[in-house]
Ligand binder design. Structure first.
Ligand code: CA
Length: 220
């Protein structure tokens, strides 16, 4: 899952970035409205955390133009306590949810999970695919009921695959889901993660589609 944080307050941004990375998300940071628009233009995000009071371009304008251009990432608007009007305008401009500053990081994480679940049409908080389950809230994955000892990138990789279990992902698409800007990604990084994930969940669980990429094995 790839997130974008749009926030001009450095203190807030650093706290959110650190907490989301610890939760296993790839997250990028845009510090003003223009940077947000440029970042959103590349279409890789699943969810956007959008502050409304921004330099260069107002958050509502950013959201309006993003939605008009067909942008469909889930959007959580971050606003000040007394800004009822801004929250209403945010929701009307196409935000899916809002949080009032200062917000609790655990609440933010729970709302992100809820929106990502809704986005993938998954009402149940636990993903199931054959013998595998993945619980994003508990950060736990199991095979036949046994807990799998996955490191965060392996967990993120499994989450990407299980999210759209019939889709074949290219290496570039997986890199975009697992890494934010400025993170060093070697040419064989995804192969290395696939290899180590296969060792833990069973090689047969991830199918290599020659010349294209990877997907989960089909289940009846
Ligand atoms: Ca601000």
């Amino acid at each position: 899952m790839r997130l974008l944080l749009v926030e001009d307050d450095e203190m807030i941004a650093e706290t959110v970035l650190e907490s989301m990375r610890r939760a296993g998300y790839a997250i990028d940071w845009a510090q003003d409205g223009r940077e947000a628009e440029l970042s959103l233009g590349n279409g890789v995000y699943d969810l956007v955390l959008l502050d409304l009071g921004l330099p260069k371009r107002d958050g509502i304008e950013v959201l309006n133009s993003y939605r008009r251009a067909g942008g469909d990432a889930a959007v959580i608007v971050l606003t000040a306590r007394d800004a009822v009007d801004a929250r209403i305008r945010g929701l009307d401009a196409g935000a899916d949810d809002y949080l009032i500053k200062p917000f609790d990081l655990d609440e933010l994480a729970a709302r992100i999970r809820a929106l990502l679940r809704r986005r993938t049409g998954q009402k149940h908080p636990v993903f199931t695919h054959g013998e595998l389950t993945l619980n994003p809230a508990a950060h736990e994955a199991t095979k036949n009921g046994e807990l799998l000892p996955l490191v965060p990138r392996e967990f993120a990789l499994l989450q990407a695959l299980i999210d759209e279990p019939t889709r074949v992902f290219t290496k570039v698409e997986l890199e975009e889901k697992l890494y934010g800007w400025g993170e060093e990604v070697g040419s064989n990084t995804i192969e290395v993660h696939v290899h180590s994930l296969r060792r833990k969940i069973g090689a047969e669980q991830i199918v290599t589609v020659r010349g294209v990429g990877y997907r989960l094995k089909r289940c009846e």
